[in-house]
Design a protein around this ligand. Structure first.
Ligand code: NAD
Length: 538
């Protein structure tokens, strides 16, 4: 039997879903009691059809004013406002109208699907079909199963989504499903960084873009609306009761002041005279003759050390590589910059202190600020003014800009040299406060952690989480793959330091240490016991 679809509610989502189903070739009915909403819905569908070059799609949609007593539709999707009792009423009506084996779906974003379907006669055919806004353009649909949903319902939902030319991921009925939940730290950690004065709004957004996000958290909140962003944050926090997901006072204050973003003219940015220009950290590598008057040394091997060596050799005439910490006494006496890359997970304070005692006072020393506590390291140095903390997460290639820790002890000359160095390598530079994780370590690390927790809690598979975040929020790479690229132990190191400064809630999940093995379990591979804050294997 050919499938046919009934959609209830012709608002932003219902109209879009009806169009998507019609374009997929399904006969569609759409129920909308409000005449003006019907008109808006029709206009929206016509605009979608025009944009898609598929005028016939609109003609496959039949409009109804109420749910019929009997419906021959085999797939029903409710998309009425986010109100538990209204939705339960609509779902009950639908269940009565449909044949016993029809699929019954809700497009809720924030309600418990289990609760919505609680009183139904046949919860086994009930499911979440979470489309994203605008449905015609967004490629992703989260299929949400409850404990009662049977496999047949999941397979039918998947076939429907695929025929509607969308990608399906499967999620358990948990607060925020995949996308809204794993995306929380993107906003919350940017807000926390702002709150703690790590960097200004424009810098945090520019760094996020330099790391590959389509937009920074603040410009995105302005686009979505702070009221909507806060509502999602609050709903997920209230339902999970996880301190790491607690909304910030700043969000509530902005909503109270009506600073909602673009729609109110003012949010983090001012839109009263149009959309403001964005700070861009992009720079072009200068080119020209190799620089003769600096002598640059790199300490470390593999990964970032190799990448750095390649970049440096293109611009500097004198580049020395030291691949073993025991060989630092081979550093040339005329070295002007030493860049330590470390192993990404260890504190390099001791090495920095020993270099301090052998190098001339003018040499600037660079250290990985994500792994090393630069302020503690500076305290052990005779010349702390020459120590510069820099931040590159996974690779130079994937990051258009480098964070530099603006530590109180660093001299202006050293900071200026750091800026010049990275610009010579074609990287933008952002000066940020010397706090654990700087900006990107904090944000990206917390997203990776949230994704790992979601896998651990069986919300979805690692692959589905990665796909969902790429398609649902345009992340440049899925968070699990990103975590593997950065290294699970490195993310854990960053978050351990963050937790030490800001509380246990931000500590790494123990599965981070076995990130490389997630979904590929190896016999005998056990994660280390949780290390607690401050202690640990690093
Ligand atoms: P909306 O307010 O734009 O549309 C809801 C529509 O339902 C309105 O046209 C309203 O007239 C209609 N309606 C109200 N009572 C009805 C009834 N008894 N029978 C039939 N229609 C009725 O809301 P929306 O943004 O489209 O959201 C709908 C659902 O989709 C919500 O559950 C929401 O959480 C979810 N959702 C929204 C988004 C989004 O970005 N807007 C994204 C994903 C999911």
């Amino acid at each position: 039997m050919e499938d046919s679809v009934i959609v209830v509610g012709a608002g932003t989502m219902g109209a879009g879903i009806a169009f998507v189903a019609a374009r997929g070739g399904f006969p569609v009915e759409i129920v909308e009691p409000d005449p003006s909403a019907r008109e808006r819905g029709r206009a929206r569908i016509e605009a979608d059809a025009l944009r898609a070059g598929d005028a016939s799609a609109a003609s496959r949609i039949r409009w109804l004013e109420q749910i019929p007593e009997r419906s021959a539709a085999t797939i029903a999707i409710e998309a009425v406002p986010e109100d538990l009792s209204l939705k339960i009423r609509i779902l009950t009506e639908l269940e009565r109208a449909l044949a016993p084996d029809a699929l019954l779906a809700t497009n809720t974003s924030s309600l418990s699907i289990t609760e919505l379907f609680n009183g139904l006669d046949r919860p086994e055919r009930a499911i979440g079909l979470h489309f994203f806004n605008p449905p015609a353009a967004m490629k992703l649909v989260e299929i949400v199963r409850t404990a009662s949903t049977d496999d047949r319902a999941i397979e039918r939902a998947r076939a429907f989504v695929e025929r509607s030319r969308k990608s399906a991921v499967l999620a358990a009925d948990t607060p925020g499903f995949i996308v809204n939940r794993v995306a929380r730290p993107f906003y919350l950690q940017a807000l926390r960084a702002l709150d703690r004065g790590v960097a200004p709004i424009e810098t945090i957004d520019a760094l996020a873009r330099a790391a590959g996000f389509r937009m920074g958290a603040f410009e995105l909140i302005d686009l979505i609306g702070m009221d909507v962003n806060l509502a999602v944050s609050e709903s997920i926090y209230e339902r999970t009761d996880q301190a790491r997901l607690i909304p910030l006072e700043l969000q509530r204050a902005m909503v109270a002041q009506g600073r909602l973003g673009r729609k109110s003219g003012l949010g983090f940015y001012d839109y009263r005279n149009g959309v403001p220009e964005r700070l861009d950290l992009r720079v072009d590598p200068p080119g020209g003759e190799p620089i003769e008057d600096e002598v640059v040394a790199i300490i470390g091997f593999g990964g970032i050390a190799d990448e750095l060596a390649e970049l440096l050799e293109q611009r500097y005439a004198h580049v020395q590589r030291i691949e073993n910490d025991d060989l630092i006494d081979e550093l040339r006496l005329d070295t002007t910059m030493v860049i330590d890359t470390g192993d990404g997970t260890s504190d390099r304070g001791e090495l920095v202190a020993s270099m301090d005692s052998v190098l001339g006072p003018e040499t600037v020393v660079f250290v990985d600020a994500y792994a090393t506590d630069t302020q503690a390291a500076a305290k052990r140095m005779r010349h702390p003014e020459r120590l510069i903390g820099y931040g590159v997460l996974g690779s130079f290639e994937s990051q258009r800009a480098v964070e530099i820790a603006d530590s109180p002890g660093a001299s202006d000359d050293a900071l200026a040299l750091a800026q010049e160095l990275f610009e010579q390598l074609g990287k933008g530079v952002a000066l940020v406060a010397d706090e654990p994780g700087l900006v990107l370590g904090r944000i990206v690390g917390s997203i990776v952690n949230e994704a790992v927790i979601a896998v651990h809690e069986d919300v979805a598979t690692a692959d589905d989480i990665d796909l969902a975040m790429r398609l649902g929020t345009n992340y440049p790479i899925g968070p699990i793959a990103w975590g593997r690229e950065i290294g699970g132990a490195r993310v854990a190191r960053i978050l351990n330091r963050l937790a030490q400064a800001e509380g246990d809630a931000f500590a790494p999940h123990r599965s981070l240490w076995i990130l490389d093995a997630l979904d590929e379990p190896e016999e005998g591979l056990e994660p280390p016991e949780p290390q607690g804050i401050g202690g640990g294997i690093f």
